[in-house]
Design a protein around this ligand. Sequence first.
Ligand SMILES: Cc1cc2nc3c(=O)[nH]c(=O)nc-3n(C[C@H](O)[C@H](O)[C@H](O)COP(=O)(O)OP(=O)(O)OC[C@H]3O[C@@H](n4cnc5c(N)ncnc54)[C@H](O)[C@@H]3O)c2cc1C
Ligand code: SF4
Ligand code: SF4
Length: 396
Amino acid sequence: MSISINPDKCTGCETCVTACPFAAIEMRDGKAYITEACTVCGACVDACEFQAIDRTEEAAKPAVDLSAYQGVWVFAEQHKGDIASVSLELLGEGRKLADKRKAKLSAVFIGSGIRDKAAELIAHGADIVYVADDPALKDFNDDSYAAVLTTLAKQHKPEIILAGATAIGRSFFPKVASTLYTGLTADCTMLDIDAATGHLHQTRPAFGGNIMATIVTPNHRPQMATVRHKVMKPAARNGSRTGDIIDVTFKQAGTVRTRVVKTVEELTETVNICEADIIVAGGRGLGSAKNFAMLEELAKVLGGAVAATRGAVDEGWIAYSHQVGQTGKTVCPKLYIAAGISGAIQHVAGMSSADVIVAINKDPDAPIFNVATYGIVGDVNEVIPAMIKKFREIRG
Ligand SMILES: Cc1cc2nc3c(=O)[nH]c(=O)nc-3n(C[C@H](O)[C@H](O)[C@H](O)COP(=O)(O)OP(=O)(O)OC[C@H]3O[C@@H](n4cnc5c(N)ncnc54)[C@H](O)[C@@H]3O)c2cc1C
Ligand code: SF4
Ligand code: SF4
């Protein structure tokens, strides 16, 4: 896009000079003049009542031959050989995208001693699995993992590459995207594809979660995105599916700048909220840290995990690792009990995919009731103990 002044129309009124937030317009010989400070923001165009400022949209040309790129790829993350559940979710979603494009779905599987698990990726939807199995790839390392993926991507030219928005995906995917000179949309919650052009519609929360932005990468390939855990459903396992497992010889391109000195397992006594089928979540309406003990008791009776809003975390009632929402974790349990939670959009963004949501709030107009399957208007101090008592009776 470019901005220019039409001197024949410019009356020299100077309105645009004050309208420009970047002080990029000067008056020269009674006419407005755009200087090099212009950021092409466009604010001056509407400010000029004489239509003396033109904005020209230049159609961007594809940077590469888009038709040379085909197929959907998923980076299949693994931990000690166990395939991460987010990767199975991505295979489910990748399968749908590939089918719409009548293309193949491939998985890239990197690690050491993992080859015998590759068939599992085919059972979950992949047509091809590229396996880089090498002792040098035992521990995750940005440089090594990026080297494997960029080498393969340059060789096979996939149209789309997806990874989970996990610590690993978030760490090495930007390096891959910048090496391949393409765009990357982080933390997507929804994907779709234009079947004709192959443009991937990558949707993610923006502006503090107040809007959902759909981003496309129209002129570069591959199109790369990281996707949040638990926002997509994994495809059902089908052990009779067949596909190709292709062994890839690992050759480090460039230097490896980091070395894993020691790995320490995280110790936790509670169920991980990302994996829990039942979650009992509390908000500021609980009133105190002490009252979270009630939720823990209910979670224990139900065999579930305890989660919280940012409100409760900010109060210091529970650790951040339990926070659900836009700046916390995304969960998708079978049952989500929301106690004393108002239902702010940033919280709902992390839990609205739960199968059943039960909301307890003393305010009948609380927004949480808009997403709840069942609503209980009442005081948590009465409702939660009653639930504990009843479930104890039912469960013996
Ligand atoms: C950029 C950004 C990111 C954010 N990220 C997150 C995020 O990841 N997760 C998140 O949760 N929030 C997030 N927030 C904050 C979010 O906007 C809300 O402020 C927060 O979710 C509110 O928490 P709450 O529902 O516990 O508290 P409140 O909004 O204070 O609601 C408390 C509710 O409890 C009810 N209540 C009070 N007493 C009782 C009682 N005795 N019995 C029953 N009900 C009662 C009240 O009616 C009220 O509805 C974010 C905000 C921003 C700006
Ligand atoms: S607002 Fe329009 S007419 Fe006025 S000085 Fe700027 S370009 Fe010229
Ligand atoms: S486009 Fe923006 S930066 Fe450029 S002159 Fe107009 S207002 Fe100033």
